[in-house]
Design a protein around this ligand. Structure first.
Ligand SMILES: *[C@@H]1O[C@H](CO)[C@@H](O)[C@H](O)[C@H]1NC(C)=O
Ligand SMILES: *[C@@H]1O[C@H](CO)[C@@H](O)[C@H](O)[C@H]1NC(C)=O
Ligand SMILES: *[C@@H]1O[C@H](CO)[C@@H](O)[C@H](O)[C@H]1NC(C)=O
Length: 615
């Protein structure tokens, strides 16, 4: 009895040991002998590079290493890459990327573990050096939360002075690079100091496992916090020689919210002291040989973009209709074509594959939710995607005109995307050239059917003579249709003229050059006069009998359209006068506002009437 007691105690404790061994995977015999951490806070993305040296002090070989992040960082983690340059052999230059899996080991409630698979088991007394690179989004919080147009943007960053690790750390140091010399405050944990735009913590010695020493840094960061809430990229492969890419953006400025009014005058005249964190231009790096590039928003094409290209890249610089301040947002679409032979190749197994970059071509943006749709040619089979990171994958079907069975679409969805994800991925598929002929064949058959119908029609139509009433009715209808089309064309010209006139006002706001603006006005007025004549001529050319039918529909449109043109001319006059009198931008805005309001309403009405004309 007396001897069985200790024995059962022994077995309980050994069970407990076993339990802990399973629960914690007993990594306690690993030690980090050196940790050197660099955190880059100079953009909206927090990037950390940590070099560690691991030693196995236990007797059992270790095949995995645990990494730890606190809950906030785990939630914001976008990209994690662990490499070692100590592979087998002596190819030190070639870094090996290690697999990182969700850890099975139990972690404390506010910590998340990741399991790094070591390239080979680490035996007793052996060491290995690893490089850990990670990127986090939405980890810098603006403080103050709201700023005015002339304020700079300050942000807070929370972390730990000690590298969070499930293992004890012998020697460690952390350096945080901030984007400007203006650091409001940072938590001091001796030894810590600031120099040359770097806040340094450590060196600290013999820090126990899971030690967490909260720190906060508060500093200036005027980087544009460009966040794409939603991005849909559609990559459509056509085996007739091109790939067409359409990208739909919902872009926001996720920095400190803008408060108070916005003065365009201050913005343009004192760009350095105004809207420091706002952004006005966006740069996209498109593939070389990109062509047919366009950029539009819900209103229409935007011409204020610049395209530069050389052999290695194509750069597209966009300017949205207004600069983006904190909390503001804009939606737009860009599209371009690229040559098929640069991106689709034949694989060894006879399948074809697309090899193209995954993320947004815009530099320094974060994409909260990215959907990439690869639309394969009709008749493709066995589609599958290969990515260097995890993403949700789904197979769908899309129908466009002339499609009979639909096009297979490989849809990839990924959240929290940073520029590091903008790497090549592949979509393999099987496609026979015969399937390429399906659509032309359909067309040919269609044409034959059409000609057949025409022949039949002319055969049956002999009975209709030129004097018959049905012939005349048709003739008249065609004339009316023709007139309506010509009127639409003139209306389009007039719309283009008013666009130009509005553009001249925008130029005026930018450059203050009154003379150019007046010249543009003169040109526009002349053009409007000409088109007035054209409209009259079209109406006069109609036979009297059909004039009333056209007039009924067109009259209201033409009236409203003239009203709109007049309002625009008035707005133009008032604006130019205001600039000549050198009024403040606030005063200009208030003078122009009533005209602008009416103009907007009229534009809407004209657009609706114009659509009615099509029926
Ligand atoms: C987790 O919570 C404990 C207890 O509140 C605290 O001591 C520790 O610092 C926290 N660790 C992290 C990483 O937040
Ligand atoms: C917009 O630009 C594209 C490409 O240049 C062109 O094909 C399209 O017709 C334009 N749309 C309008 C409404 O001007
Ligand atoms: C895809 O293209 C990139 C860049 O041209 C190249 O480095 C990579 O090897 C290609 N991948 C495949 C699987 O062909």
């Amino acid at each position: 009895m007396a001897s069985s007691m200790p024995r059962s105690l022994l077995s309980v404790s050994s069970l407990l040991c076993l339990f802990f061994a399973l629960a914690c995977a007993a990594p306690a015999n690993l030690v980090l002998t050196k940790v050197d951490r660099k955190i880059d806070l100079s953009s909206q993305i927090v990037r950390s590079t940590t070099q560690i040296r691991v030693e196995n002090k236990g007797s059992d070989p270790a095949s995995e290493l645990l990494l730890a992040l606190n809950s906030a960082q785990a939630k914001s983690l976008s990209y994690l890459r662990v490499t070692t340059s100590e592979g087998k052999g002596k190819s030190k230059s070639q870094a090996i990327v290690l697999r990182v899996l969700p850890a099975e080991a139990q972690s404390p409630a506010n910590v998340t573990f990741y399991s790094v698979q070591l390239p080979k088991s680490l035996n007793k007394g052996e060491t290995v050096a690893l490089d850990i690179y990670s990127a986090f989004t939405h980890l810098l919080t603006p403080y103050p939360v709201e700023i005015g147009q002339s304020d700079v943007q300050l942000v807070l960053f929370h972390d730990s002075a000690h590298f969070l690790s499930p293992y004890p750390v012998k020697v460690q140091a952390t350096a945080m690079k901030v984007p400007s010399f203006r650091v409001e405050s940072f938590t001091k944990v001796e030894p810590s100091k600031i120099s040359d735009g770097e806040i340094r913590y450590g060196p600290y010695e013999n820090v126990p496992a899971l030690s967490y020493m909260p720190i906060t840094a508060h500093f200036e960061n005027n980087e544009p916090f460009a966040v794409v809430k939603e991005l849909e990229r559609e990559i459509e492969i056509s085996h007739w020689g091109n790939i067409y890419i359409t990208e739909k953006y919902h872009l926001t400025h996720a920095g400190a919210r803008h408060k108070g009014g916005f003065s365009r005058f201050d913005y343009q005249s004192k760009p350095s002291a105004s809207g420091a964190s706002s952004f006005r231009h966006l740069l996209a790096r498109l593939p070389p040989r990109a062509h047919s590039v366009y950029y539009r928003d819900e209103i229409g094409n935007i011409s204020t973009s610049h395209l530069r290209s050389d052999l290695r890249k194509t750069e597209l610089e966009l300017e949205p209709r207004y600069p983006l301040f904190g909390g503001w947002q804009v939606t737009f679409t860009i599209g371009y074509g690229i040559p098929l032979q640069d991106f689709v190749f034949k694989a060894e197994d006879g399948r074809r594959f697309l090899n193209i970059t995954f993320g947004s071509p815009f530099v320094n943006v974060v994409v909260d939710n990215l959907v990439v749709k690869v639309v394969l040619p009709e008749g493709s089979t066995e589609a599958s995607a290969t990515l260097p990171f995890a993403a949700e994958e789904a197979l769908r079907t899309k129908y466009t005109y002339l499609d009979t069975v639909g096009r297979p679409v490989v849809e990839l969805t990924k959240k929290n995307v940073v520029p590091e994800h903008n790497v090549h991925f592949q979509v393999h598929y099987r496609f026979s050239s015969v399937a390429m002929l399906a659509e032309p064949l359909l067309l040919v058959v269609g044409f034959f059917a059409f000609f057949g119908a025409c022949i039949a029609y002319t055969h049956f139509d002999f009975s209709i003579s030129k004097s018959s009433s049905s012939y005349q009715a048709r003739q008249q209808r065609e004339e009316v249709l023709d007139a309506v089309q010509r009127i639409q064309k003139v209306m389009n010209e007039r719309a283009a003229t008013s666009d130009k006139l509005e553009a001249s006002l925008r130029d005026l706001a930018r450059t203050g050059n009154v003379a150019t603006c007046k010249a543009a006005r003169k040109e526009a007025d002349a053009k409007l006069k000409d088109t007035n004549k054209d409209l009259k001529a079209i109406l006069d050319s109609l036979p009297a009998s059909s004039r009333s039918t056209v007039l009924a529909k067109v009259d209201t449109l033409m009236q409203k359209e003239r009203e709109k043109q007049e309002k625009l001319q008035q707005k133009h006059t008032v604006t130019v006068e205001a600039y000549e009198k050198k009024l403040s931008s606030k005063e200009i805005d208030s003078r122009v506002a009533p005209y602008q309001q009416k103009l907007t309403a009229l534009k809407q009405e004209v657009a609706e009437l114009f659509h009615l004309l099509d029926d």
